[in-house]
Design a protein around this ligand. Structure first.
Ligand code: NAD
Length: 483
């Protein structure tokens, strides 16, 4: 199978195992459907548990040589891999947007360029890292503390940011000296093959990276596999809990990046124009299909109607349309099932008597594609289902608060703790408020992930961190050698 650098193949009937294209044992393929057109975009192989066996065996065979490579040599190979990913960035961004409906203006960064940046980041970290550490011991002897790769990594990813979320696992794992079996989501299986194209072109050794698309059963077979040493998962809290239970039973290290229901606290002295100008990227990014989206807006009673007006007018003016049009701010949802789920939540909001200030249906001019109008409900008590449950679509709630203590209490009254923002005139006060929010990440007057800083959640949002130097730690374990 071949594909040019500019145009990735859309017909991918094979798996990528041991550096080769191999037919799935069951011969099964899954159609990947384009979110905006509802037409079949391409087909991807569907791996069986027997294929998972082959992929894990290939990763195990590749492990000794890969982990034994000197850091410099591994970093050079990763740089070559990054260059190949970068050469494909534009076409990968388009492919991912066609799969999941992400506006192209966002996809170019997060699906296009981010993977190569992450691979380069960890290659550089590898060059800088002093791997071993010799410590004087309390007994007057010395101890060598080695950092070893954990081994074979099972990486399981969702469809919403398919490239970034895979790279957040592949890049630190390979840098640490681990080998990887990636199981991407069936909705976005096609873009995952770009990692295989880039690995082949860069000359990554066979078996270092293996790709086995498939559904939940394929993922479960991988998590359970005796040849896997560590699981890195991003997806729903329900699936994460099941995977965490399995890993607990197997005493297998696991990183879980799960759901969210983050809050934006708009303080009484916030610059509302600035808040509104960031609303699309903070609260509705990727059509609301973002784990860290701040979908709960908490507004001070003193300025409540002003905030409701600002949110309503900003959201109602968003450009909804073709995800491949650079002017589009909100595209279609990933699947019909996802749209039905989101529209069900809109009905729950209506029945609960919340005040619908904009949206609430399917755009009248969009009869093809799984679009939902960006929607705002005001006067939502934080105990309501709309404020407690992850909707994963373009639906915001607005809740009033009386003072900042109450704002913090409402922000923290959630099963989740992944993102959050504070909007206020004084950034120092913003940091003080951010310190009080139970969450793995908080933004002050903006929200943007930083490749060099850890990202992850608390409570039902997960366990462990990705990105930054901390993102490499889960792929290594220490060994103390007492001299
Ligand atoms: P999902 O949990 O249904 O699926 C995610 C991946 O896991 C898919 O590849 C799926 O095939 C696989 N899978 C599902 N059940 C499994 C099981 N029992 N064992 C092994 N593999 C299994 O999630 P989704 O609908 O694809 O993605 C949306 C969810 O992902 C949302 O809840 C969102 O908040 C979350 N998410 C979290 C982050 C984060 O970093 N915290 C980032 C993006 C998405």
């Amino acid at each position: 199978m071949t594909s040019s650098i500019t145009e990735p193949a859309l017909d991918r009937p094979d798996l990528f195992v041991d550096g080769e294209w191999t037919s799935p044992t069951g011969g099964a393929t899954t159609d990947v459907v384009e979110a905006a057109t509802e037409q079949v975009l391409g087909t991807a192989a569907s791996a069986t548990p027997a294929d998972v066996d082959l992929a894990v065996a290939a990763a195990r065979r590749a492990l000794p040589a890969w982990r034994a490579l000197r850091a410099e040599a591994r970093a050079d190979l990763l740089d070559a891999f990054a260059a190949q990913l970068k050469a494909r960035a534009k076409s990968t961004a388009v492919l991912s947007s066609r799969e999941n409906g992400m506006p192209i203006s966002l996809s170019v960064g997060v699906n296009g360029y981010a993977p190569s940046l992450m691979v380069s980041y960890y290659a550089n970290l590898l060059r800088k890292k002093d791997d071993d550490d010799i410590r004087p011991s309390a007994l007057g002897t010395r101890t060598v503390v080695r950092h070893e790769p954990v081994g074979v990594v099972a990486a399981i990813t969702p469809w919403n940011y398919p490239q970034s979320l895979a790279a957040m696992k592949i890049a630190p794992a390979l840098a640490a000296g681990c080998t990887v079996v990636l199981k991407p989501s069936p909705e976005t299986a096609l873009d995952a093959y770009v990692f295989a194209d880039a690995a082949l072109a860069a000359g990554l050794p066979a078996g270092v990276l293996n790709i086995v698309p498939g559904g939940r059963e394929t993922g479960a077979a991988l998590v359970e596999h005796p040849g896997v040493d560590k699981v890195a998962f991003t997806g729903s809290t329900a699936a994460g809990r099941a995977i965490g239970e399995t890993c607990g039973r197997l005493l297998r290290p696991v990183t879980l990046e799960l759901g969210g229901k983050s809050a934006s606290i708009v303080t009484a002295d916030a610059n509302l124009a600035e808040f509104a100008s960031h609303l699309a990227e903070v609260s509705l990014v990727n059509n609301g299909q973002t784990c860290h989206a701040c979908t709960r807006i908490l507004a001070p009673r003193s300025r409540y109607e002003e905030v409701v007006d600002a949110v309503t007018s900003t959201v109602s003016a968003l450009a909804v349309g073709d995800p491949l049009d650079r002017a589009t701010q909100v595209g279609p949802l990933v699947t019909d099932a996802q749209r039905r789920r989101v529209l069900d939540y809109v009905e729950i909001g209506r029945s609960a008597g919340h005040r619908l200030t904009t949206g609430g249906g399917v755009p009248a001019d969009r009869d093809t594609g799984w679009f939902v109008e960006p929607t705002v409900f005001a006067d939502v008590d934080n105990s309501a289902r709309l404020a407690q449950e992850e909707i994963f679509g373009p639906v915001l709630t607005i809740t009033p608060y009386s003072d900042e203590d109450e704002a913090v209490a409402i922000a923290n009254d959630s099963p989740y703790g992944l993102g959050g923002t504070v909007w206020c005139a004084d950034p120092e006060r913003g940091i003080a408020l951010a310190d009080r929010i139970e969450s793995g990440t908080v933004g002050v007057n903006h929200y943007a992930l930083d490749l060099a800083a850890p990202f992850g959640g608390v409570k039902d949002s997960g366990l462990g961190r990705e990105l930054g130097p901390e993102g490499m730690a889960p792929y290594r374990r220490t060994k103390s050698i007492y001299l």
